[in-house]
Ligand binder design. Structure first.
Ligand SMILES: [Zn+2]
Length: 296
């Protein structure tokens, strides 16, 4: 009788331990996939990355491998959290609806760097030479969104100086944006309108040109400094089309090129590419994607 009770207790304890261990392993795997993307620079995955999680807890070795697709890993990082060591490929996404392969760009400091829905920046990339251009902004606070890379900042100052001389009243609305900030913005829009719609007007983190420090959104008081298509119809918006290329900027998302850029028309978003490339892109009425394809 006593022996049976011991056996029964042992069985119950064993089942409980197995159950809890299973739950533990499971929740750790889930943590990897559900990690808030602000932390993704350390523990994110992407379609194409093979990821390993290994760890030790209560004498139980955990090892699992998840292959989300094809493609080569880009960069390895490791992270230790207590006893749990995670080794993962430094990539950007795990929960995308479209799991198509994406490239992590490596020419991050190139003024011609291509950043779009297929070519994205590494999560941890912060331009090393961000400065605040001396131009009019639509807001007073000293925020990171006033920053641009040094050369682009000098170019935008020249652009705004010419505007001032010609009586064109424009203001910067948003320039540099960190990976984490882009994540917040995208999540906010996805909650409002759903991920698919949000993707047409807002970039996933890593896919925004604002992270390069080479882009700035510009508007004017006539449209309340809004970033709307109406800006493109204003005197200021038309002036920008004509004059931005003289200072090395292009209207990055033109009307009629949505299939190539992946974005709706954005008359307010200008991107620094240098005077030579900007002149050619504007005069040939092409996009940066087309310009770079021709270069190869
Ligand atoms: Zn923009």
């Amino acid at each position: 009788m006593g022996k049976k009770l011991v056996l029964l207790s042992t069985a119950i304890v064993t089942v409980a331990v197995l159950f809890l261990t299973g739950f533990y392993i499971n929740s750790n795997i889930n943590n990897i996939f559900n990690v808030p993307i602000g932390k993704m620079e350390t523990v994110s995955l992407k379609a194409g990355a093979a990821d390993k999680i290994s760890g030790k807890e209560g004498g139980t070795a955990i090892k699992t491998k998840d292959n989300v697709g094809g493609g080569a890993p880009q960069k390895q990082v490791s992270e230790s959290t207590g006893d749990i060591k995670k080794e993962t490929t430094w990539e950007v996404k795990t929960t995308r609806i479209d799991q198509e392969a994406k490239k992590i760009v490596d020419n991050v400091l190139d003024y011609l760097v291509l950043v779009n829905k297929k070519n994205c920046l590494p999560a941890g990339f912060v331009p090393p030479d961000l400065v605040k251009p001396q131009i009019k902004f639509s807001f007073e606070e000293d925020l990171p969104k006033k920053l641009m890379r040094k050369e682009a900042a000098a170019a935008v100052e020249n652009l705004f100086q010419q505007a001032g001389e010609e009586g064109i009243d424009i203001a910067g609305v948003s320039a540099y944006r960190s990976y984490e900030r882009q994540q917040e913005i995208f999540n906010y829009k996805a909650r409002q309108m759903g991920e698919e719609e949000a993707n047409k007007i807002s970039a996933h983190p890593g896919e925004s040109e604002h992270q390069t420090g080479l882009a700035i959104d510009v508007s004017c008081s006539r449209v309340g400094y809004n970033l709307s298509e109406a800006f493109g119809e204003t005197i200021e918006g038309r002036w920008l089309v004509e004059n931005a290329p003289k200072h090395g900027f292009i209207i990055r998302y033109p009307r009629g090129k949505e299939d190539i850029t992946g974005y709706n028309y954005e008359p307010w978003h200008i991107r620094y590419v240098g005077i030579e490339a900007a002149g050619e892109i504007a005069s040939r009425n092409i996009t940066l994607e087309q310009f770079l394809a021709n270069e190869q």
